[in-house]
Design a protein around this ligand. Structure first.
Ligand code: ADP
Ligand code: MG
Ligand code: MG
Length: 882
C-alpha cells in the first residue's frame, strides 16, 4: 500500500491513515489556505515499524520521491548550502494526544547550511537559534538525551551574560551554544551530531514512530481509553519561521472560547518565537486580540481563515499559526477540545445559529461531560481568603495540600491525601502528577499552555498564569504579596473564575444538579442549565432504552426519581440483614430445627416489609425490581479469625461462652475458599428453607398494604445467580405459592438475573421460567474472565492496561467481544422462547456511556444505574438512538 501522501492528496476523513494533524493539514491545503507544503507518512508505516522494529522496505523510496517533489515546489534542496530547505518532522495520531509524542523542528540544518541560512535570511542570530533548537530537540527526542543538559547550558550562558531573557542571547552566543550542544551530543552518545539532512530526517521519523510507545503516551492513552495499537502518522512539513524578528511570531487560536463556549477571539500570540515556545509557557504571551495592533494584515487574514474553518468544520476549531515576516501560515487545525460547559453551550448555540440540527447537537455532547457538570462548586456565600486571581483554564472546584512535584503528588495520592499540584508551568512529564492531583495551579502560561490543554482534556480543575505567585520549588514555598504558602498547606482553586484561596472552601451542588433536583428552573437565566435542559429533553424524546436506578433505600429512590429514573432496576436486599438485624440472621443460621429457624425468619419479616413499604411508596407507579438475597450468609457473621482468637483466649481462661463456641463452629462450617462461587444467590434459597419465602411474603404484603391505601406499587421479584432452569423452576414454584397465599400471584412478575455464562447460553430454557431477565454484568464479567473483581484490579490490571490487553477495565466498560457476546446470546435465545421477554441490565455498566451504546444495539429494554448516573444514562441512551 501507499505509505506517503502529499498534503494535497489527503482530506479530513483520512484520520485513521494520516492521523488527525495530517488529515487536517491536507484538508486546509485543499481549501486553499496557506499551509507550508509537505507530506504525511501513514500510521500503517508506523504500525509496521512498531511490529518489526524496522521501517517498511518501500518507505525510503516513497520518501525520496516526495522529498524530491517538495524540493521542486520550494525551489530549494535539503542541505543546500546557500539556502537550505528545512522541514519539521511531526507526530500526529488519529486521536489527538496533545504534547504526548514528539516533533523535531528545523531538520536539514548543518554546519554548512547554517551559514547559508544566516546569509539568506539576513539574520545570523535567527540561523544559529534555529540550529541550536534542532540539536536540542534532536538530542532529546532522537538520541534520548536528558533535556536538562541543554537547558542547563542555556541557563549557564544567560547567567554569564547577566540576563533572564532568551532574546538577549545574540548570534555569537548562540553559535557558542551550538558548539556546546554538539559537544554534549558527542559525549552522551559517542557520535557526532549527524550532518546529513536525510539521515536527520530518517532518524527523526523513527523517533516519532517510537514515541508512540513513550511512557507518557502510554499513560495518556490509558487515561483517555485510546487503543494501544493505532500508531502515529508522521508529517514532514516545510518550515516557516516565527522567530525572524519582531515582524514574525507564532500563536494558537480558538474560534470560540474553549472554556465557556462564548463566541469571540481567543488565543495567545508570541512575537519573535517558534511554535513550541507558546505551549511551553516559557515566555508570557499576549492575547490574540493584540495581534490586530501588531500586524493588522495577518490578523485580518487569520480572522477570515477562522471563519472559513468554523464554517467548514461546523464546530469550534483550534489552530496553530505562524507569521513569517508579515505572512500568515497555518500549521495545524482540528475540531478543538473544550470544557464540558463549553461543549453544551456550543452545541445549542450552533442549533440557534442554524449550523446544525438538534440530533447533531446531541451527538456533540457526551455523558462524561454531563457528569463533570454535576460536580460540586465552591459555596459563594462561604468566608474565603483570596490569595490571587488568575486564569480559569479548566473548571471545577478543587481543594488539597500544596505539592510542588509530580512525584510528591503521586505519593500523596497513594496515601489518600488530596493535593493541588503547583508548578511554574507543566510539561508532558508532569502527566502522572496531574492525574494524581485534585487540581493544577501554574504561575505561567495562558489558556493554551500545556497545563491548560491537558487539564481540560482530562476534566481536571486548572488555574494557570497566576503571575503574582512566586513559586519556589526548591524551598517548597509560594510567596504572594508578602505572604507565604508552604508545601502541605491547604488551598482551594476555582477553575471557572481562576480564583485561588487559602484553606479548604466548602462546596455546594452545581447548578446542573440543582436543575435535575428540580430546585432551579431551566429558564431561570443560567445559560448552561438551559443548554443541558434542551439536549437532555431531546435525548428523552429519541431514546428507546428505559433508564432505571439501582437503589436500596427510599431516599436514593426518591432522588433517582427526581433525576428521571423510570423505576428501580436493582434493589439489593442484603442491607436489610445488617445492623441490629444481624442477631436474627445469626439465629437463623444457628437454628437447630424448623421451629427455631421459623422464629428467626418471623423476626426479620416485618422489618423487611417496612423497608419494602418505603421503597415501593417512593417509586409509586413505577416498576421496582427486588433481588432476593444474594451474598453468602457468612458475610453476616463475625470474621472467622477474630472469633477463633476470642474463643481460644476465653478457653485459656476457662470461660468460653457456649454461644461463641457454637457460632465459631457455624462460621467454620460455612467458610468458603471462593465465596464468590459458593453458597449464594439461588443456591441459598434452595438450601435454607423459608428464607426466600419470607422475603417474598414481605414484598407481597407490603404491596397489598399500599394498594389498600390507594397506591400503585409495582414490585418485581428477581432471583440471582441462576445457572440451570431447574434451579429457577424450583424457586419460582415456591415464590408463586407464597404470592398465591397473599393473593397477588397475577400482578408480580418473577424474573432472574443472567450473570453466569451458562445462563446466557441456555437462556432459551431459562426464559421458560422467567417473566424478565436482568443481565448482571458485574458477575458475568467475573465469571466469564475468571477474574475476581475485588482481587484483580489492584493486583495486575495496571499491567494488563499497559500491555494493551485491554484499553479499559472490563468492569468499567463492557467487554463487547466476550461478555458482550454472552449478553447478545442471552438476548437472542431468551427472546426466541418469549418474544416479549423484558430485558434489562443492572451493574456498573448500566451507567457507562460505551456500555449503554452496546446495550442499545443488542436491544435491551432498559439500563439501571446509580442515582447520580441517571442523567448521564438518559443522555447516552439518546445519543445511542441517533
Ligand atoms: P504538537 O502535536 O505537540 O502540537 P506539532 O507537530 O504541532 O506538535 O509541533 C510543535 C510546534 O512546532 C507547534 O507549535 C507547531 O506549530 C510548530 N511547528 C511544527 N511544524 C512547523 C513548521 N513546519 N514550521 C513552523 N513551526 C512548526
Ligand atoms: Mg501542534
Ligand atoms: Mg451478581
Amino acid at each position: 500500500p501507499k505509505l506517503v501522501y502529499d498534503f494535497a492528496e489527503g482530506n479530513k476523513d483520512m484520520k485513521q491513515l494520516l492521523g488527525g494533524k495530517g488529515a487536517n493539514l491536507a484538508e486546509m491545503t485543499n481549501l486553499g489556505l496557506p499551509v507550508p507544503p509537505g507530506f504525511t507518512i501513514t500510521a500503517d508505516a508506523c504500525r509496521a515499524y512498531l511490529e518489526t522494529g524496522a521501517v517498511p522496505d518501500d518507505l525510503a523510496d516513497e520518501i525520496d520521491h516526495h522529498v524530491h517533489l517538495l524540493e521542486r515546489k520550494m525551489g530549494k534542496k535539503l542541505g543546500q548550502a546557500d539556502d537550505p530547505l528545512l522541514v519539521s518532522v511531526r507526530s500526529g495520531a488519529a486521536v489527538s494526544m496533545p504534547g504526548m509524542m514528539e516533533t523535531v523542528l528545523n531538520v536539514g540544518l548543518n554546519d554548512d547550511s547554517v551559514n547559508g541560512l544566516a546569509h539568506h535570511s539576513g539574520t545570523p542570530r535567527f540561523a544559529w537559534d534555529a540550529y541550536r533548537r534542532l540539536i536540542q530537540m534532536f538530542g532529546k527526542t532522537v538520541l534520548g538525551m536528558d533535556g536538562d543538559v541543554f537547558e542547563d547550558a542555556i541557563e549557564a550562558l544567560k547567567r554569564a551574560k547577566g540576563t533572564h531573557d532568551d532574546l538577549d542571547l545574540d548570534a555569537d552566543d548562540l553559535r557558542t551554544l551550538v558548539g556546546t550542544f554538539k559537544q554534549a551530543v558527542l559525549e552522551h552518545t559517542g557520535r557526532e551530531f549527524p550532518q546529513d539532512p536525510r539521515t536527520q530526517m530518517d532518524l527523526a521519523i523513527e523517533a516519532v514512530f517510537g514515541s508512540w510507545n513513550s511512557d507518557r503516551a502510554i499513560l495518556y492513552r490509558r487515561q483517555e481509553r485510546i487503543a494501544a495499537d493505532l500508531g502515529t502518522a508522521v508529517n514532514i512539513c516545510s518550515m516557516v519561521f516565527g522567530n525572524l524578528g519582531m515582524d514574525s511570531g507564532t500563536g494558537v487560536a480558538f474560534t470560540r472560547d474553549p472554556s465557556t463556549g462564548q463566541p469571540g477571539v481567543y488565543g495567545d500570540y508570541l512575537q519573535n518565537a517558534q511554535g513550541e515556545d507558546v505551549v511551553a509557557g516559557i515566555r508570557n504571551t499576549v492575547p490574540l486580540a493584540d495581534l490586530e495592533q501588531l500586524d493588522k494584515t495577518s490578523y485580518d487574514d487569520l480572522m477570515h481563515i477562522m471563519a472559513t474553518l468554523e464554517g467548514h468544520y461546523r464546530d469550534l476549531c483550534d489552530i496553530e499559526f505562524t507569521v513569517e515576516r508579515g505572512k500568515l501560515w497555518m500549521l495545524q487545525t482540528r475540531v478543538g477540545k473544550r470544557t464540558a460547559a463549553a461543549a453544551f453551550r456550543i452545541a445549542t448555540s450552533l442549533i440557534d445559529e442554524g449550523v446544525i440540527g438538534t440530533d447533531e447537537a446531541l451527538q456533540r455532547v457526551k455523558g462524561a461531560q454531563l457528569a463533570q457538570l454535576m460536580f460540586p462548586r465552591f459555596d459563594t456565600s462561604a468566608a474565603k481568603d483570596l490569595v490571587t486571581k488568575a486564569i480559569g483554564a479548566s473548571p471545577g472546584a478543587a481543594s488539597g495540600q500544596v505539592v510542588f512535584t509530580s512525584a510528591a503528588a503521586v505519593e500523596a495520592a497513594e496515601r489518600g491525601d488530596k493535593v493541588i499540584l503547583v508548578r511554574r508551568e507543566t510539561n508532558p512529564d508532569d502527566l502522572h502528577g496531574m492525574i494524581a492531583a485534585q487540581g493544577v495551579l501554574t504561575s505561567r502560561g495562558g489558556k493554551t499552555s500545556h497545563a491548560a490543554v491537558v487539564a481540560r482534556g482530562m476534566g481536571k480543575t486548572c488555574v494557570c498564569g497566576a503571575e503574582e505567585l512566586d513559586v519556589n520549588v526548591a524551598q517548597g514555598t509560594i510567596t504572594v504579596r508578602g505572604t507565604t504558602l508552604s508545601a502541605g498547606e491547604l488551598i482551594s482553586i476555582d477553575g471557572t473564575t481562576g480564583e485561588v484561596f487559602r484553606g479548604e472552601v466548602p462546596v455546594v451542588p452545581s447548578p446542573v444538579v440543582q436543575y435535575f433536583e428540580g430546585t432551579l428552573a431551566p429558564d431561570a437565566g443560567d445559560e448552561l442549565v438551559a443548554s443541558v435542559h434542551r439536549l437532555i429533553t431531546h435525548a428523552d424524546e429519541v431514546r428507546r432504552l428505559g433508564v432505571r436506578t439501582n437503589a436500596d433505600t427510599a431516599d436514593d429512590a426518591a432522588r433517582a426519581r427526581r433525576f428521571g429514573a423510570e423505576g428501580i432496576g436493582l434493589c439489593r436486599t442484603e442491607h436489610m440483614f445488617l445492623g441490629e438485624r444481624r442477631e436474627s440472621v445469626e439465629r437463623l443460621i444457628l437454628a437447630d430445627d424448623d421451629a427455631e429457624r421459623e422464629a428467626a425468619l418471623a423476626e426479620l419479616e416485618p422489618l423487611q416489609r417496612g423497608d419494602f413499604l418505603e421503597l415501593l411508596k417512593a417509586m409509586d407507579g413505577l416498576p421496582v425490581t427486588i433481588r432476593l438475597i444474594d451474598p453468602p450468609l457468612h458475610e453476616f457473621l463475625p470474621s472467622m479469625e477474630e472469633l477463633a482468637v476470642k474463643v481460644a483466649v476465653a478457653r485459656e481462661r476457662g470461660s468460653a461462652s457456649e454461644h461463641d463456641v457454637t457460632l465459631l463452629a457455624a462460621v467454620e462450617r460455612l467458610h468458603e475458599q471462593n465465596p464468590m462461587l459458593g453458597l449464594r444467590g439461588v443456591r441459598l434459597g434452595l438450601v435454607i428453607p423459608g428464607l426466600f419465602a419470607m422475603q417474598v411474603r414481605a414484598i407481597a404484603s407490603a404491596a397489598v398494604e399500599l394498594r389498600a391505601r390507594g397506591k400503585d406499587p409495582r414490585p418485581e421479584i428477581m432471583i440471582p445467580l441462576v445457572g440451570a432452569v431447574q434451579e429457577l423452576q424450583l424457586v419460582r414454584d415456591e415464590v408463586s405459592r407464597v404470592l398465591t397465599e397473599v393473593g397477588v400471584d397475577r400482578e408480580i412478575p418473577i424474573g432472574t438475573m443472567i450473570e453466569l455464562p451458562r445462563a446466557a447460553v441456555i437462556a432459551d430454557q431459562i426464559a421458560e421460567a422467567a417473566d424478565f431477565f436482568s443481565f448482571g454484568t458485574n458477575d458475568l464479567t467475573q465469571t466469564t474472565w475468571g477474574f475476581s473483581r475485588d482481587d484483580v484490579e489492584g493486583a495486575f490490571f495496571s499491567r494488563y492496561l499497559e500491555k494493551g490487553i485491554f484499553a479499559v477495565s472490563p468492569f468499567e466498560s463492557i467487554d463487547r467481544e466476550g461478555v458482550g457476546a454472552l449478553v447478545r446470546t442471552g438476548v437472542e435465545r431468551g427472546r426466541a422462547t418469549k418474544p416479549d421477554l423484558k430485558l434489562g441490565v443492572c451493574g456498573e455498566h448500566g451507567g457507562d456511556p460505551d456500555s449503554i451504546h452496546f446495550f442499545h444495539e443488542v436491544g435491551l429494554d432498559y439500563v439501571s444505574c446509580s442515582p447520580f448516573r441517571i442523567p448521564v444514562a438518559r443522555l447516552e441512551a439518546g445519543r445511542a438512538a441517533l
